[in-house]
Design a protein around this ligand. Structure first.
Ligand code: MRU
Length: 372
């Protein structure tokens, strides 16, 4: 494996100052800026401003943020529990669509409750919260490697692959999720080309995925979002590799519904149309089991609506929409399960019918979520 990918540390807990340190995603590829803080408001601002982003990293940020809430609390178990509930709710609500954020907060709330029930004193409870958050990060990193191993068999010599947004190290830690099979296949000597879609309006594909894969020496070219259909047909693309912010796994017909960056649904539809023409483009989704939400229905998932300025102008520098004209800015979309070819997780690959295969995955030893 190329070292470049694993040297990027998107977020970590700094023991010396009891603070969280993150790599500001909003500044890449222009600058690599590390930010540190022990302030919850600053962390929430970083999450909302996409300095920290991507579902699995939001899980880590939720966990480290919850540990920070515990650590900043007075030395009293009842105060810790009260702060975890109140401030933890604000942290979990910082962004609504990726399920991992609230999952990470809840994991640390559970760890704190267990520590308190076991009779630990406040200092020990705080230490237990920090340790639990570090374990989540370690588990996430291991999950990306397993996703890579499971998914690499789906990539073949000569393939043309497309990515959407950034589900790489910056978003998922380790070797990323959608980038994990790509990196593993490349390290195994397979030869292929990756077309990275821009992913307007914030260009996480062009800025972040291209930055990561190029560092690894993987052949990558950036395309605008509206080139995808034409180029997949012309190049007889083999697969789209997407990440996920939430995958429904509620045992019903909605199981396998994928919420991911805006534009994913369109790509999945194009892939289906091309398959009907005889071009076998697969729609592959890679995510850890912590991204599977076994509780929620499509009607209850909130799609984040972001500020108009992101669409009205290019990074606030040049206004591209005439004054007085409105815009819309939904950050995610929903891809129905019948358009999803495979869901690659750390516990293996699920294929249709997802109402059977996702529960099977979640019942395996090591699943990060349990079915109710
Ligand atoms: O708005 P973002 O940048 O947090 O969006 C998240 C994403 O990068 C994608 O939707 C991604 O494909 C899934 S998260 C690994």
């Amino acid at each position: 494996m190329n070292d470049a990918a694993t040297k990027v540390i998107p977020i970590r807990w700094e023991d010396e100052n009891s603070e969280i340190v993150w790599l500001d995603n909003s500044k890449i590829p222009w600058k690599e800026v590390l930010v540190s803080s022990k302030d919850l408001e600053r962390l929430i601002k970083a999450i909302q401003g996409l300095e920290i982003r991507g579902a699995p990293i939001l899980g880590e940020a939720g966990a480290y943020g919850a540990a920070m809430i515990a650590n900043n609390s007075p030395n009293s178990n009842s105060e810790i529990i009260k702060n975890m509930a109140q401030q933890g709710a604000a942290l979990a609500a910082a962004r609504p669509t990726a399920v991992n954020l609230s999952w990470g907060v809840k994991k640390i709330q559970d760890a704190v409750n267990i520590a308190v029930d076991n009779g630990l004193n406040p200092s020990e409870v705080k230490a237990a919260a920090i340790e639990a958050a570090k374990k989540i990060q370690e588990e996430n990193i291991r999950a990306t490697e397993k996703i890579g191993r499971h998914g690499m068999g789906l990539i073949h010599d000569g393939d043309v692959l497309l990515t959407v947004c950034n589900a790489g190290t910056l978003a998922c830690d380790g070797i990323g999720t959608s980038t994990a099979p790509i990196r593993m296949a490349w390290a195994a000597g397979k030869e292929f080309e990756v077309l990275v879609t821009y992913t307007a309006p914030l260009y996480q594909g062009a800025r972040l995925t291209a930055w990561e894969l190029h560092k690894d020496g993987i052949p990558v070219r950036v395309i605008t979002d509206n080139m995808a259909g034409h180029l997949m047909r012309e190049k007889r693309a083999a697969a789209i590799w997407a990440g996920a912010d939430r995958i429904l796994g509620n045992r019903g017909a909605e199981s396998g519904t994928v919420y991911n960056k805006i534009g994913t649904f369109g790509l999945a539809l194009m892939a289906k149309a091309l398959r009907e023409e005889g071009i076998n483009v697969q729609m592959n989704v890679a995510a850890p089991t912590s991204t599977i939400d076994p509780h929620t229905k499509t009607s209850d998932v909130k799609i984040e609506q972001r500020k108009p300025g992101e669409v009205e102008s290019l990074f606030g520098a040049i206004k591209i929409v005439p004054d007085g004209v409105g815009v819309l800015n939904p950050a995610f979309d929903m891809t129905p399960p019948h358009l999803v070819s495979a869901i690659v997780t750390e516990l293996g690959i699920a294929m249709q019918p997802y109402n059977i295969t996702i529960p099977e995955l979640l019942s395996k030893e090591g699943s990060m979520v349990k079915l109710p």
